[in-house]
Design a protein around this ligand. Structure first.
Ligand code: COI
Length: 356
């Protein structure tokens, strides 16, 4: 249990006047959570302080060797005015796995959830009210020791910042166009593909820019060994509905274990669908598109929620999915997941964590 010190801002900012124009991740609230780590002392000095710049030594390890990582989750406004989180302990568990892989000391899951809930409570008035908006929370850890040797830092800081946000994609719930990347790779076995470290995202930027120039919103990554099997989109996991059954890559080391992905699999199985978690060759996806059995494609992620895919391009082949319309399973997943998240539907799974 953390003992969280509170330092309130003396200069609160004006809240966004028009919640329909929030965009994603560019407006920040009045406060942030901070906690320090020092070898021998452990994690300590948990505090909520005014949001502001971070001062670091230019030699801090994070700047040179990218020993850092992050999480993403949301606080949702319920119709009755209350505020709730979605499976925050899953983010805490995934952050631990990421810390382990990056030689960063773990933060207990209960402390993580307590810190998130405490910041949300302080920033409750920043949780937007309009449908499809939320307070996006970005926990992150940085290595702060000032030394140029390549080694694990002996000091760290853990932060949580909060951003009232709308849809991640400009397209909102409308289908996106995806470029299947066959030149660059995102992850390979034994690497860091399964964790949320910034380096994974830095390495994806070039392919993303290439896709944008060609008119595609995102890149679909293939496996790094054979460049044959579909893996993930980088900002989301991806599912394919072929001939009535669902397929998504297994999270066995190169694919991020998404919490929305996990929740969708649980929902789909509950609804009686067969869900295959394993290898699906891009050639089989394109073949299914040609013979009419590729019924739906959608991405899942905290920021992206459920994002229908309307078009895939791979080498010289183009596949239009479901006539560029959102499919029935995609729509049902979106409605159920957001219904539970926004508290307009029952939560039979115990996924909701109320903050009020
Ligand atoms: C999230 O969905 O929360 C993520 O962290 C993805 C991010 C690249 C926006």
């Amino acid at each position: 249990m953390l003992d969280i010190r509170m330092e309130k801002t003396t200069q609160p900012k004006a809240k966004p006047a028009d919640e329909s124009k929030l965009g994603f991740g560019s407006i920040f609230t009045d406060h942030m959570f901070v906690m320090d780590y020092e070898e021998g002392k452990g994690w300590h000095d948990a505090r909520i302080v005014p949001y502001g710049p971070v001062v670091l030594d230019p030699a801090a390890i994070v700047f040179h060797y990218a020993q850092e990582c992050f999480e993403g989750l949301k606080a949702y406004r319920r119709a009755d005015g209350g505020v709730q989180l979605f499976r925050p302990e899953k983010n805490g568990q995934r952050l631990q796995a990421t810390h382990d892989r990056l030689c960063i000391p773990e933060i207990p899951v209960e402390d993580f959830v307590q810190a998130v809930a405490a910041l949300v409570k302080v920033e409750e008035d920043w949780v937007p009210h309009l449908p499809d908006t939320s307070l996006y929370l970005r926990p992150f850890t940085i290595a702060t020791e000032a030394v140029l040797g390549v080694k694990a830092s002996r000091t760290y800081q853990f932060y949580i910042i909060a951003s009232p946000s709308g849809a991640y994609y400009a397209e909102g719930i409308n289908p996106v166009k995806i470029y299947v990347e066959d030149q660059y790779v995102r992850a390979s076995p034994g690497g860091t593909g399964a964790i949320k470290c910034g380096g994974n995202y830095a390495a994806s930027l070039l392919a993303g820019e290439k896709a944008h120039e060609l008119g595609y919103s995102q890149v679909l990554w293939l496996d790094g060994v054979e460049r044959k099997y579909v893996e993930e989109v980088g900002s989301m996991n991806i599912f394919f509905k072929i001939n009535g059954e669902l397929y998504t890559a297994a999270t066995v080391g190169t694919v991020l274990p998404g919490i929305t992905r996990m929740s969708c699999i649980e929902l789909l199985k509950d609804w009686g669908y067969t869900v295959h978690e394993g290898k699906l060759a891009i050639d089989d996806v394109m073949k299914a598109a040609k013979d009419g059995t590729l019924e739906e494609v959608f991405g899942t992620g905290t920021a992206a929620v459920i994002s229908p895919v309307g078009e895939l391009v791979y080498e010289d082949q183009k596949a239009t999915v479901n006539e560029f319309q959102i499919g029935p399973v995609t729509q049902k997943l979106y409605d159920t997941l957001t219904g539970i998240q926004w508290g307009t539907m029952e939560d039979p799974y115990g996924w909701i964590y109320r903050v009020d």
